[in-house]
Design a protein around this ligand. Sequence first.
Ligand code: ADP
Ligand code: MG
Length: 552
Amino acid sequence: MTKGNINVSVENIFPLIKKFLYSDHEIFLRELISNATDATLKLKHLTSIGEAKVEYGNPKIEVKIDKENRKLHIIDQGLGMTAEEVEKYINQVAFSGAEEFLEKYKDSAKDSGIIGHFGLGFYSAFMVAEQVEIITKSFKDEPAVHWVCDGSPEFTLEETTAKTDRGTEIILHIAEDSLEFLEEGKIRELLTKYNKFMPVPIKFGTKTETLPLPEDAAEDAVAETVEVDNIINNPTPAWTKSPSELKDEDYKAFYHELYPMQFEEPLFNIHLNVDYPFNLTGILYFPKLANNLNIEKDKIQLYQNQVFVTDEVKGIVPDFLMLLRGVIDSPDIPLNVSRSYLQADGAVKKISSYITKKVADKMVSLINENREDYDKKWNDIKIVIEYGMISEDKFFEKSDKFALYPTTDGKYFLWNELEEKIKPNQTDKDGNLVILYATNADEQHSYIQSAEDKGYKVLLLDSPIVPHLIQKLETSKEKISFARVDADHINNLIKKDEPAISKLNETEKESLKKNVEESINDKKFTVQLEDLDSNDAPFTITQPEFMRRMKD
Ligand code: ADP
Ligand code: MG
């Protein structure tokens, strides 16, 4: 047996680890399962290139609770470690990582700017365990070894005959203050949260499955049941596949797999896939938003190589896309840094602008593929698009191709279509297009009506961010101005093509005048027909100035 001291200069780092990371103890399981996954995939690679001459088989990872003895086991069938490798990778690598981490974050860990997720590695086990054992047997023909460490820099390492099959078993002796991690419900919750889409099957207990009855079974036959492994993950989630392999139903099914409590169908999806200059895959979904801004719970999830990292994606995904759902998986997003650093990070900036571009491209292809369908979806997606237009210049620049401007008569126009439509009728004397808009179809009903009666088009812009959108459009586009339909000056803004009176010939004018005078039948008033270019009244009835004074 070897006894040794883990070479760390910070005296007894484990209590420190606990203290700094108290809010995030649960990630230990993610870290240990990640290691088990890595060990399995490494073996897969070595067998595939012929370097490991063993049967790869169908390896899985198992998580087992031994409540009675307060132990949690994580068992893999990966490449295992020799005694030498434990010395190197656990005592030196893992723990030097711990030390480095502490050196780096001793001060900053205290300020709340740090995201609560780190690539902590093996030693995160000591956040919940008072003692950790490793029993491991390498795929190389060497004896299995048993390593024990109780949370001080001292450890023991000895050969063991207790393990005969290849792989590694990690045993955590759960500490008094972490007994929740011996609860089945808690572990299931964590496995579902962090490991749901990891690439190696993860077994947690068993379940009974009912076998299908044979076709010729008797009517009163009872179906047989069997105990099978309860596999908690889907090792090949949709985003890891190529878009050509996936049908619309597959995307929808994955949406529900991702958000089991969400019953609405998504409107459409965007498959992300890039490998240069950074790696990123994922699927984003547009949910129905029109009547449902309350999407607090279902958020975009960030993964790193199929391991859940966080659903706090602020800073990585542009703000306007935070209303979307789905997954983003990238090994290139730095995780152990503060938010302000994240926002300044070059890779993150590129990722953010890539996603923006992809969304814009998708909008263009959707509207081109099926305009009618796109029009129908507009009310559900407009808040995202309009928000994008005011917050991301790159997105705004492309938006003429996919942003719609609905009118109060239920039609949807692209910007250039709208311009064409209103140019003849709604241009003021300086040649500016005057765009009338309503913000509330019910409240402004009578104004809309009278504008429509005059042959004007009225936009219905009813999102909460419309003032900003209008400001953006007015400052970015030339020779346009917006006027709310109930603003008192709108008539002054618009040059009518032909005032009504001018269309009458002289005899018609005379007879109209006579008619009006007769019906008023009061000599105090004079009736005047005039060309009015600011309103539709064909005539005015005025009381001469001197008569008004007489009354005063
Ligand atoms: P990282 O995973 O980032 O390398 P860790 O601290 O998690 O850092 O692990 C340190 C090293 O210990 C790993 O790189 C690996 O060589 C070894 N190791 C940890 N867990 C296992 C395991 N289950 N099977 C084989 N090797 C392991
Ligand atoms: Mg690791």
